[in-house]
Design a protein around this ligand. Structure first.
Ligand SMILES: *[C@@H]1O[C@H](CO)[C@@H](O)[C@H](O)[C@H]1NC(C)=O
Ligand SMILES: [Zn+2]
Length: 307
């Protein structure tokens, strides 16, 4: 029994050390830090098809197969669990939400959603568009829905939807449940349950989501597996300045609350021999102001009433 306990403790220590080993540049620069910053990340992080990248819009090749996505379950109101995992804030999405279309080879289940941010308006996104970084970037991580295990390491195992976040002076009601949860998960490895909300309300209006960029890359955290079909949407999410600043104010990287969580951003990687594609914008019909008027702002609330 004693031996078993020792072994378990040891196994825990080893896995804990491995998981706690990598960190962002801002943490690596701290005096007495022993963690590995992005330049020292190992595993696939050293390979050549990595993320994030700078997207040069004039070099993105139009691909007519990049049609709009269909979002399933994104309008469901749920009480999501959200946690501070020491690197970001992560909403656990469980089953029930998935995407199709967008030239994806299959349906992809939404697994989790997390963000990257800074305290400044022009450096918190991981991807940049024509050299411009945004205040934040939101990643909705999906996994290929398949019964076989073959997908485990294939380069299309994940589909990540990336949204840039811009700061303005209008409150974003769809983001408020997440923003309000932040003060309950200040330190790593804590979680809380959010007020009821739906994913759709966190995204830009649906008719804007037809414009996006596509390329093949990697996870932006170790081990940087090159398993991701990236979709970077053109239309940014807009948050109020106070909502944006809550992230770097309420969240910490460490239990001692010595370093607030911000600049959790991997530096840009080389595009190399990869091609970035852009979606084919359908007719201008959808951008008519009338259509915008007909689309309710808080779609999941309306859906809720109809049920
Ligand atoms: C949330 O935290 C509790 C208490 O630490 C833990 O038991 C539970 O597994 C956590 N849930 C998630 C989804 O991480
Ligand atoms: Zn991410």
């Amino acid at each position: 029994m004693q031996l078993l306990r020792t072994l378990l403790a040891l196994a825990y220590a080893v896995s804990y050390t491995a998981a706690a080993h990598w960190c962002y540049e801002i943490q690596a620069k701290e005096p007495n830090s022993h963690c590995q910053g992005p330049a020292d990340w190992t595993g696939d992080c050293k390979k050549t098809h990595q993320s994030p990248i700078n997207i040069v819009t004039t070099e993105a090749k139009m691909n007519p197969d990049l049609k709009p996505f269909t979002f399933h379950g994104y309008d469901q109101k749920k009480k999501w669990v959200v946690k501070n995992d020491g690197h970001s804030v992560k909403m656990m999405l469980g089953d029930g939400s998935f995407i199709a279309g967008g030239d994806l080879p299959a349906q992809y289940q939404a697994v989790q959603l997390h963000l990257h941010w800074s305290q400044e308006f022009d450096k918190g996104s991981e991807h940049s568009i024509d050299g411009k970084h945004f205040a934040m970037e939101m990643h909705v991580v999906h996994e290929k829905a398949t019964s076989s295990n073959k997908a485990q390491d294939s380069q299309d195992k994940n589909a990540v939807l990336a949204f840039m976040v811009e700061v303005g002076d209008e409150m974003n009601q769809g983001f408020q449940p997440l923003v309000e949860a932040l003060s309950h998960i200040s330190t790593p490895n804590t979680n809380t349950t959010m007020k009821e909300s739906c994913l759709q309300d966190m995204l830009p209006k649906k008719e804007k989501l037809v414009h996006y960029f596509r390329y093949l890359g990697s996870l932006t955290t170790p081990n940087c597996d090159e398993t991701v079909i990236w979709t970077v949407f053109k239309e940014p999410i807009k948050l109020h300045k106070d909502q944006f600043l809550k992230f770097s104010k309420e969240l910490y990287y460490d239990e001692d609350k010595s370093l607030t969580m911000k600049d959790n951003v991997r530096p840009l990687q080389q595009l190399g021999n990869r091609q970035v594609f852009r979606s084919h914008a359908p007719g201008q019909l959808l951008s008519l102001p009338l259509t915008a008027l007909l689309v309710p702002t808080l779609t999941c609330l309306v859906t809720g009433l109809l049920q």
